[in-house]
Design a protein around this ligand. Sequence first.
Ligand code: DGT
Ligand code: CA
Length: 572
Amino acid sequence: MKNKEVAEIFRKTAELLEIKGDNPFRIRAYERAAQTIESLTKDIEELAKEGRLENLPGIGADLAGKIKEILKTGTLSLYENLKKEIPPVLLNFLEIPSLGPKKVKAIYEKYGIISLDELEKACLQHKIAKLPGFGLKTEENILKGIKLIKEKTGRRPLGEVLPLAEEVIALIKSRAPLLQIEVAGSIRRRKETVKDIDVLITSTHPLEVMKVVSSLPLVEEVLAFGETKTSVRLKMGMQMDVRVVEPSAWGSALAYFTGSKAHNIRIRELALERGLKINEYGVFRGEERIAGKTEEEVYAILGLPFIPPELREDRGEIEAALQGRLPQLVNYEDIQGDGHVHSKYSDGMASLEEIMAKAEAMGLSWVAVCDHSQGLKVAGGVPVEDLFKKKKRIEELNARSKKVKLVFGAEVDILSDGTLDYPDEVLKEIDFVIAAIHTGFQQTEKQITQRIVSALKHPLVHALSHPTGRVIGEREPYAVNMEEVMKTAKEHGKALEINCYYKRLDLNDIHVKACVEMGIPLIIGTDAHIVDQMEYLRLGVSVARRGWCEKKDLLNTFTYDKFMEWLRGLRK
Ligand code: DGT
Ligand code: CA
């Protein structure tokens, strides 16, 4: 451990204490200690060994103990606890050069802003400049800082990047002389967050292709230009690497650049065991190239069936492929219904009619309209009287509609003691009850788990919505023992949701795989609050596929009648 690293932990501790509004003397003590340690000419580890830490200016017994803790464990428990207490994104805010802990605290306290996006929005609306001690200049600097952070920490949610990647690919395709083009990397594997856009192309005119790529209107800066590889930064602040290969190497290059790295390494080992060499240019026996034109060919020569990109994470797919037991992954076309949307009855923007029309346009045959429950006032929770109006309206619409049926549902809040936000006599009138946590995130793991477990055990509840509560880039999952939640779901035959609002994707792929292994029913819900968000359904399918879901594992593949039967069956 270097002096600089120890100092950094102290400095960050001071910043977090300041955001928290701790004792100013204590904050100052950590700042001073950081300065002292940073300016030492001697190795702090040496000083510790010699027992001379307390001779340093500003370092008493307490801080000396803390230094020893850092040297021993690599971190400070106080610092780790503070990080848990403070919304993680505020730590991000601190990285914006013009924002110190005082300003971060002021912004947080005034507006409760907990994401970079919200902060960006507040700046654009000049809400930040109005705060005492801020001004238009600060706002401008904050905006610059946000852009930099986004580029640096730069993992963006798949739901944000995928449409952009598709747009860029369509543009290149329409303008450049190419034969094949596909997005590779984490986007092709549909990983929940993405660092950059990898694009693979075959062409006999690579130079022209790259000229088109580097002059696209979406490009802000060309970082490197070459015939085989060109890198650009897009205006939305993300890097895109484009590679052109010859058609005979399309399959091997696509496999290589799709990754994941861990999967590639296993594939390479497998090739070596068979006396072959594999890289992005092909599969070789000695000098001779024996495969490479298609991915199927590359896998086949290693004795493997085609492995879908979503599985390529070295999570058992290679073993399964070798043993001929790869799952028959669910496809988007298998999906009949959306398990969770909101309407105007709560905080959604759409009427029931609009939801039906969107479902029809998407080729769906049912949608569960699960509005918030009465107590969740901030989200327009539906009072009991309105609930029955909604039920009646759904019945009328369903009677008229042949193609699409609405399922009368509710997303019922699990209160802090584990009881539900409608009484049983109301719940039993609701055809589809999903339970969810929206408050009390600070409770202990035991409390939250207990809350969820008792909701799942409730005989009128069918499913649990966004089981871990995480919001990508904004909120960590709440402390919940998922093993226990899954055990309860299994025991009572209840479903767990794959909430596929693009910032949630909750359950995630790993939890989904565990559920599939246990035989727990899963249901994808878009949580759409405007009808266009129902298109996130395909993100839900991606998560399901990454979690090894087959058609049978997802309630969304049921017809309306079969789904209703499943719902009624749980209450018998
Ligand atoms: P990302 O960009 O962090 O969201 O994730 P990826 O998987 O797209 O990673 P990236 O862009 O660094 O690399 C793209 C693919 O290239 C990666 O999935 C596998 C392949 N690759 C990159 N570096 C290596 C490597 O050192 N060894 C092997 N075998 N493959 C690599
Ligand atoms: Ca990538």
